[in-house]
Design a protein around this ligand. Structure first.
Ligand code: PSU
Length: 310
């Protein structure tokens, strides 16, 4: 029988860090292939890794390349991924990860698939921009991201800047609550909304200290409770697009998506691209700033988690 280990490749730097119990932060690749245009995507991916190193942890960007689950990407592989047109890369979630590996194809991991791969590798903390959630109109489309189910079952702490404001945020919070996923705001009581610090919704939990977040995750595991933690870290004030400014732009992008009958996995990439056009690039600058901010905070959680393992 084929061993799973034959389908996973870990860079020597990440393997050494994991063996030594050093702090490691996982990073996803859909944000690179489907979330941002080239060359800003490559620049962002490199800067995020540099931020994590500067904060004292080891970054591990995750992707499937030619059927191999890569835990950590060398710069050449990172550049290759950033340059491939989105249409030629699978957007991997729980449902298609194993199939992509079996077919020997290349795929970018969403939040759900990155959590699965990080857990397989023994990585506890993962930084991204915004998770997927309940799409507006889900009561008829049934479009709910598999990211939410994954948070309910895979023990990884995911640091994001909230759910993307293109979603139905109250319904996203409801589903997370139903699934028993802890949603923790950092530095404020409100759930942040990706490009904006405010959502108008109170987060169920608030923890400003990364050590507390690491402790909560560790205790949850020891209590035998499955699933991860969702940390919602607001975008820095100087980089935010206020809610009143982004809301009508999101509405316009959603109307355009409906008119063009965009569905399923294409919805989020379409909306991000449309909002980029409508804001003349400002949304991308905000997106990059929030990801860098999450990289820094996730490194602090990973360092605290490593302390707890000693
Ligand atoms: N964060 C970003 N940009 C992105 C994503 C996250 O700043 O593009 C990706 C993640 O991979 C997440 C996906 O899992 O968007 C959500 O896609 P969907 O709504 O189709 O589940």
């Amino acid at each position: 029988m084929t061993s799973l280990a034959n389908h996973i490749r870990t860079t020597s730097e990440v393997a050494r860090a994991l063996q030594d119990g050093a702090p490691v932060v996982a990073l996803e690749s859909t944000i690179i292939t489907h979330g941002m245009p080239f060359p800003q995507n490559l620049d962002m991916a490199r800067k995020v890794e540099a931020e994590i190193r500067a904060a004292g942890a080891i970054p591990a960007t995750i992707a499937v390349i030619d059927g191999v689950i890569c835990i950590g990407l060398e710069d050449e592989a990172m550049e290759g991924l950033a340059r491939i047109p989105a249409a030629q890369v699978m957007k991997l979630s729980r449902a298609d990860l194993a199939g992509c590996v079996a077919m020997g194809r290349t795929g970018a991991t969403t939040v759900a698939a990155t959590m699965i791969c990080a857990h397989l590798a023994g990585i506890e903390v993962f930084a991204t921009g915004g998770i997927g959630g309940v799409h507006r109109g889900a009561e008829t489309s049934f479009d709910i991201s598999a990211d939410l189910q994954e948070l309910a079952q895979t023990p990884v702490t995911v640091v994001c800047a909230g759910a993307k404001a293109i979603l139905d945020l109250p319904k996203t919070l409801e589903v997370l609550e139903t699934l028993g996923v802890p949603v923790i705001a950092v530095g404020q009581d409100q759930l942040p909304a990706f490009w904006s610090r405010e959502s108008g919704l109170r987060a169920p939990l608030r923890m400003d200290d990364p050590a507390l977040i690491a402790l909560a995750a560790s205790l949850r595991g020891r209590m035998g409770l499955p699933g991860g933690h969702l940390v919602a870290n607001p975008i820095p004030p100087e980089a935010e697009i206020p809610r009143s400014v982004i809301a009508p732009i999101v509405d316009q992008a959603l109307e355009d998506a409906a008119r063009h009958r965009i569905a399923a996995k294409a919805v989020t990439p379409y909306l991000l691209q449309r909002i980029f056009e409508l804001t003349e690039g400002a949304s991308l600058q905000s997106n990059i700033a929030l990801v860098l901010n999450n990289a820094r905070f996730s490194a602090q959680i990973a360092i605290a988690a490593a302390e707890l393992r000693r």
